[in-house]
Design a protein around this ligand. Sequence first.
Ligand code: GRF
Length: 213
Amino acid sequence: MLRVVVLVSGGGTNLQAIIDAVAAGSVTNVELVGVLSNNKTVKSLERARKAGIPAVSVSPKDFADREDFHRALLAAVDGFRPDLIVLAGFLVAVPRQMLQRYEGRIINIHPSLIPSFCGVGYYGLRVHERALERGVKVTGATVHFVTEGMDEGPIIAQKAVYVEEGDTPEILQRRVMEQAEWVLLPRAIDDIANGRIRMEAGKCVSTRQVEAR
Ligand code: GRF
């Protein structure tokens, strides 16, 4: 069983998709051992507790400086003894020490087709605002391994979603979540847990085309 920790900052709909997929058996060989939020009040912690998953918050507000916060964050993650760390709407830049310790074992979901609309400043609703401003006709989501450059790690899977006439950032965000994020992220976890995907020498190695499913 792959021990999976999910890191969140917000509402946790992606977390919920993972919880539901594990419960339904569409994600196998996975034990959700913990949920960590950098925010004390988020709904995600409630979702985790409801599913019987240990949930903790480690907020930067409780620490004198970034270094102390990073140390506490890493200690909390280590405490779960994870095999895989899933960033599901986690808005904190992953500390270098964590990247080194868990190299090839951290994945992230991003709500665009990387390399479009990603990198510094592209998070949450902003991604969809920029996509609409640019007038793209197709957007989507990407799951990738996390490396030092923001949103630059090897791509695991992507799914395209059409932009429609009259879309607002909120409407588009919801469609990208429903059609792409909630599908891709659980599937990527299942692929890793069942040995179909891994990161090797800075590349995503798969035994088949997961995107084609
Ligand atoms: C998602 O759009 C995710 O791609 C992005 O942040 C959002 C988190 O939503 N990184 P939720 O907390 O999973 O509902």
